[in-house]
Ligand binder design. Structure first.
Ligand SMILES: COC(=O)c1ccnc(N)c1
Length: 243
């Protein structure tokens, strides 16, 4: 997968080259290119924003700069790409989104700051047949889209074949079966007088699987009843029985 990020703070994306993702890049599983939006300005101040029409606080990112930047970035390499614009006004980014995007050849992220990017940039891209997704990583506002890009790239890249050491990890993620993951334990058996649940130390794999499912149902009911509702009435009954 090829990932491009256009931003006025390229150094914000440096964490993508660390640890697991850095190794995936080194192994050629992922290609990441970060572009400085200011490279497409032509004035001495390298202005990327201007006052909003209609008044109001803050500044809006200029369409000319973004238009030229995206023209160039989307054209090289000339691969089918999904243009992603992180914004608090976007559709929710979920594990299902991450799985869908993991099948893409190319993702191009446009990092807005200030009050966002002039709407005509997205209209123009869509009019030229580019898939444009405006997505939010949660109900809160950041200063810029860069942090959201780090979140989304990590969520997508870990699903790419070969990135995670054990592919079962992704298969058994929270949300993979619609439930939150239950509690995990490792050695020692007793720590500060707290013991690992007996069932996990026995060899009965069916009992362990059932115990884990029950804990997942219970945790989901307690923390994310909305996810349980989405699974239907049987799931809620099962969660009540699991407690
Ligand atoms: C500037 O971008 C944001 O504030 C943002 C982006 C994606 N998701 C959010 N919840 C906020």
């Amino acid at each position: 997968m090829r990932i491009d990020v256009v931003t006025i703070f390229p150094s914000y994306l440096q964490p993508l080259r660390e640890a697991l993702l850095g190794r995936a890049i080194d192994r050629g599983l992922l290609e990441v290119a970060v572009h400085d939006l200011r490279d497409w300005t032509h004035d001495v101040h390298q202005a990327v924003d201007d006052s909003p029409y209609g008044g109001g606080p803050g500044m809006v990112m200029r369409p000319q700069v973004w238009g030229e930047a995206l023209d160039d970035v989307l054209a090289t390499p000339d691969l089918p790409a999904r243009l992603v614009v992180p914004t608090p006004a976007g559709r929710p980014f979920t594990q299902a989104t991450a799985h869908a995007w993991a099948a893409e050849e190319r993702l191009v992220f446009a990092c807005g700051r200030y009050e966002g990017i002039d709407e005509r940039v997205l209209l123009d891209a869509r009019a030229r047949g580019i898939t444009v997704d405006e997505v939010s990583i949660g109900d809160y506002v950041l200063v810029g889209g860069e942090v959201a890009v780090l979140v989304m790239v990590e969520a997508v890249a870990r699903l790419l074949p070969g990135v995670l050491g054990n592919p079962r990890s992704a298969a058994e993620d929270s949300f993979s079966d619609g439930l939150l993951e239950g509690p995990s334990y490792t050695r020692p058996e007793v720590w500060r007088e707290l013991a690992v649940p007996d069932v996990l130390r026995g060899g009965n794999h069916a009992a362990i699987a059932r115990w884990r499912r029950d804990r997942a149902l219970e945790r989901t009911r307690d923390r994310r009843p909305d996810l349980l509702d989405a699974l239907g009435p049987d799931a809620l009954d099962a969660a009540d029985r699991a407690a």
